[in-house]
Design a protein around this ligand. Structure first.
Ligand code: GLC
Length: 546
């Protein structure tokens, strides 16, 4: 496929990406865990939805301490998911349907069962020792007070070596040492190997953390980060026609212009998370809940839209495998579930950037409330629960945080139909299915022309048909309005309006009167939109510039 289309534009600027969480998408062999053959059986579904590429969370050999984000062998598929031959077939079958496969690369750390780490632990002069980050020391006296994201200190003692190793995530996820050129070359070689197998792109896990400097207390945005990324890109991605996206919790509009530099020197785009931390208490953890400051949300998204226009590229998302379900988070998963799911979709897909849809988002799937902690599987959730209960937090409050923010909200099985286990597996699912699958499922939604699913399908089509969606400049309207999220997108010929009521109460939106003659492209209520917007009403309209 050509790098650029007829207008000289990168193909991924018109693309919509779908994310699959492999353990929970579709099981084919009844072991209760999703797998590659299951995915192959659902490619027609994805093609019908209209997406261009699928990002799949890691399926490499892994002890699964962090569901595959702890990789033990980058060149093998975990038997739980299938074989390399299945993977080749998935790439080929997806290709026949015009769908590219984006692999997830975890390059900041490996599993502690990776052969590099097993060697590294043997002795200080083992050739692999310097693949990881070590500190001499004394047992019990940590080199410094850095903490790991999944709880506890970021240092783990290895008595045989009288050394600590550094881990930003779980103890079982030792950090790789990017200062070592051998590590970098091994990684580039492995990426080229996947490119040769037909990978259509890569998502780079916590990529802003690779250039850590534990001595200085630095985790993300280390001094050598962009030097490493430019080398990585030169040695690998620039040799193909790929879509690449870096995960960067520490991204700012300024450094995002480097990550997504239009000259292609780093990635196609980054995932930034500024809007995703707004509903937590400032300076605290995600579990410390706070109401969403709506005006801040609008201004935050607008800031990113404006900053990257023509100087970089945004990725657009509400959901992923680490985040709660957006309809439960900022919509209404009760009475207005359908309306609010569509509203959130319209607001997101109207912006400039590449939209990502997380499995089940296209159905308006919701958060889950397991009554007992033993039903949860996520290492982050379980560690936090232990820690907070020990610290004396009250159990109900901890469970409330879990219901709002646990990563398992996104990880319950995909709801395919109303049959047992939602059609996900013939066996016992590795994590319980959300009980609302009898009402919320793909089969029912595909039959219903007014479903969330059809709304997403239409939004994807609109992106293909309206160049203003890819190129148009963004302008936020009514920035101080407490209910309305409205903006325009404007190019040479066309102006588009996206107007949404973000609340469950009626709202007045004067802008709509000025747009009465415009063509309505999509609307989540029947009848003409008027100045009085209904709960969670959303409309996208377009007109020629006069
Ligand atoms: C990223 C992944 C997350 C994982 C972490 C450590 O944030 O999205 O699922 O736990 O990195 O690899």
């Amino acid at each position: 496929m050509a790098e650029k289309d007829m207008t000289g534009k990168k193909w991924w600027k018109n693309a919509v990406v779908y994310q699959i969480y492999p353990k929970s998408f579709q099981d084919s062999d009844g072991d209760g865990v999703g797998d590659i053959r299951g995915m192959i059986s659902r490619l027609d579904y994805l093609q019908e939805l209209g997406i261009d590429a699928v990002w799949i969370s890691p399926m490499y050999c892994s002890p699964q301490k962090d569901n595959g984000y702890d990789i033990a062998d980058y060149r093998e598929i975990d038997p739980m998911f299938g074989t390399l031959a299945d993977m080749d077939e998935l790439i080929a079958e997806a290709g026949k349907r015009g769908i590219r496969i984006i692999m997830d690369l975890v390059l900041n750390h490996t599993s502690n069962e990776h052969k590099w780490f097993l060697e590294a632990k043997k002795s200080k002069d083992n050739p692999y020792h310097d693949y990881y980050v070590w500190k001499d020391g004394v047992e019990g006296v940590y080199p410094n007070d850095m903490k790991a994201t999944f709880g506890g200190p970021a240092w783990e003692w290895v008595p045989e070596l009288q050394q600590y190793y550094f881990h930003q995530f779980a103890v079982e996820q030792p950090d790789l040492n990017w200062e070592n050129p051998d590590v970098r070359q091994e990684i580039y070689d492995m990426i080229r190997w996947w490119m040769d197998r037909g990978a259509g792109g890569f998502r780079l896990d916590v990529i802003d953390q690779i250039a850590k400097e534990p001595d200085l207390g630095i985790t993300s945005n280390g001094p050598r980060l962009h030097e490493f990324l430019r080398e990585l890109s030169r040695e690998t991605f620039q040799r193909g026609d790929l879509i690449t996206v870096g995960e960067a919790w520490g991204a700012t509009p300024e450094n995002a212009k480097l990550y997504s530099n239009p000259d292609g020197s780093e990635f196609s785009m980054v995932f930034q998370f500024e809007h995703m931390v707004l509903d937590q208490q400032e300076g605290k953890e995600k579990w410390d809940l706070a109401p969403l400051p709506f005006i801040k949300l609008k201004k935050c998204l607008a800031k990113w839209q404006e900053a990257l226009h023509e100087t970089g590229w945004n990725s657009l998302f509400w959901d992923n495998h680490d985040l709660p379900r957006i309809v439960s988070r900022w919509g209404d998963d009760g009475r207005y579930r359908t309306e609010s799911a569509k509203m959130l979709a319209a607001v997101l897909h109207g912006m400039q950037g590449t939209p990502y849809i997380y499995q089940g988002e296209e159905l308006g799937m919701t958060n889950v409330k397991f009554t007992d902690i033993s039903s949860y599987r996520d290492i982050e959730t379980l560690n936090m629960y232990e820690e907070r209960i020990q610290e004396g937090y009250e159990k109900d409050g901890v469970m409330r945080s879990i219901y709002a923010k646990s990563r398992d909200n996104a990880r319950t099985p995909m709801q395919w139909n109303a049959e047992e286990h939602a059609g996900f597996t013939a066996g016992k699912p590795w994590i319980e299915v959300n009980p609302n699958y009898t009402e919320i499922n793909a089969e029912a939604e595909r039959k219903d022309p007014d479903s969330v699913w059809h709304f997403y399908q239409k939004l994807i089509r609109l992106r293909k048909e309206n160049p203003v969606l890819a190129d148009g400049a963004f302008n936020l309207l009514l920035p101080e309005d407490e209910q309305i999220f409205a903006y325009t997108r404007t190019d040479q010929e066309t102006q588009m309006l996206v107007c949404a009521n973000f609340t469950g109460e009626p709202a007045s939106c004067p802008v709509l009167t000025e747009w009465q003659d415009a063509e309505i492209l999509i609307h989540n209520y029947t009848g003409e939109p008027t100045e009085e917007m209904k709960p969670y009403e959303a409309v996208i309209a377009v007109r020629k510039r006069g």
